[in-house]
Design a protein around this ligand. Sequence first.
Ligand code: ATP
Ligand code: MG
Length: 364
Amino acid sequence: MFVKNLSLQHYRNYDKLSLNSFGNINLIIGRNAQGKTNMIEALFVLALTKSHRTGKDKELISFGSDHAIVAAEVEKKYGTVGLELKLSSQGKKAKINGLEQRKLSNFIGSLNVVMFAPEDLEIVKGTPGIRRRFLDMEIGQVQPSYLFHLQQYQKVLLQRNNLLKQSWGAGPEMGTMLEIWNEQLAEHGVKIIKKRKQFIRKLQKWAEHIHEGITRGEEKLKLSYLPSFGEAEEEDEAVLLEQFMIKLSQMKDQEIRRGMTLSGPHRDDLAFHINGNEAQVYGSQGQQRTTALSLKLAEIELIHEEIGEYPILLLDDVLSELDPYRQTQLIETFQSKVQTFITATGIESINASRLKDAIIFHVQ
Ligand code: ATP
Ligand code: MG
């Protein structure tokens, strides 16, 4: 897909912005705090209806305004679509070709993006919650039904946890009430687990290949799902459902004691191994960064496999951190097929010979 234009209103430090001349490679150059990240963040927000930097929409609205609008026309295989997202304290409103969408899940996925930013290092280095968020965002982007199950799961989880908290020390009649929540928790939970496992299996294939290329064959990257019950490889829904229900009944006493749900997709994790060693523990800074990059590049291929089109690639401040070999590798792999937006503080920090056809935007 190809973003033809972008317009912003009251978005972060942009009161009004209208751009109509994007190319395949777009360099966004400017000093610190001028609005480079804000510009590509807006594209990310248009794709996923939320920012990669914050969960609070209020932060995206210009100081002193009550709403923000991000709009773009995107050229896709089957024609051009106009996308518009309005953020305000009343919530989000999304339009496709001028038609308001009743459900945001219908809108998400109209534009597909892969963003690689410095904080993505945390996917490898950070807490399990960051890795779960990575999985949820990426799967949700190509499978709206995943977001549905995730929302339902979170709702049930909240109610189940409330019950567990209130029931501390309560009698055995608690059991029947818990069982009602157990069924709903497991129903949505196994869908989430299954889709995550499928996603990781497919991502593994591409990530291993790409990582090998970036490291000149020196490193073998392996991804694995770390479930809170059952085997990592199990993908059969009926089996998962049974295992989840058994686990919930085994954990019952402990859960009542601790007042929370202790197993399920909200406790699962994702692990990365480089040549057999866990990257989070043993990886160098460079290895961790390269792992995060391989993941993101693998996602590009995965989205292509999934929807038959390449997403756009947003590279925030990361190109200049790669050595020239890796920069070249990155640009050449995707130059002709993936529309790319790259931010940097100066053009000299990037291997400019590879970017002779790039369109340059100076942000001030
Ligand atoms: P750097 O090179 O440091 O990464 P940048 O060009 O990427 O800089 P941005 O992150 O895009 O900078 O931010 C630019 C400016 O936007 C900052 O000065 C910030 O204070 C401002 N800003 C952030 N949120 C809002 C908002 N809601 N309203 C107005 N301005 C905002
Ligand atoms: Mg920035």
